[in-house]
Structure formats: C-alpha cells, structure tokens
Design a protein around this ligand. Structure first.
Ligand SMILES: [Zn+2]
Length: 66
C-alpha cells in the first residue's frame, strides 16, 4: 500500500479530513470528496434514504476503521 504518505485531504462536503483514496463527486464530476460522502452520493443516486445511508456507513466503518 502506498497510501501512507498521502497528504490528508479535507472533504468539501462534510469538512472531515481523510487520508483514504478520495471519491469523485457525482455532483460535478470534478470535486474530490471523502469516501463516506462518495458512498452517500452513490446510495442516494439509487434512491437510498439518509437514514439507511447512515446505517450502511456504520456497517462499513465497523468493518474497515482501524
Ligand atoms: Zn465527506
């Protein structure tokens, strides 16, 4: 993994800093956002509500957070 030396980025949507590989926002196809917001946008695009998005992100975090 070469991710260790990556500078932390600030997500323009939620303001959280992250080192993980950024996601490309679907809003303008140019903005780099954090993986969480990327997941939210993807879920929203298939009609998943905010509450369900939170549940899914919670599951992702329990699996992948260090
Ligand atoms: Zn974000």
């Amino acid at each position: 993994m070469k991710e260790q030396n990556r500078e932390p980025s600030i997500c323009p949507i939620c303001g959280q800093s992250f080192r993980a590989h950024p996601a490309l926002s679907r809003i303008d196809n140019a903005t780099l956002i954090c993986p969480d917001c990327g997941t939210r946008e993807a879920l929203e695009s298939i009609g998943v509500g905010r509450e369900e998005q939170d549940k899914i992100l919670g599951i992702i975090h329990t699996k992948y957070d260090a």
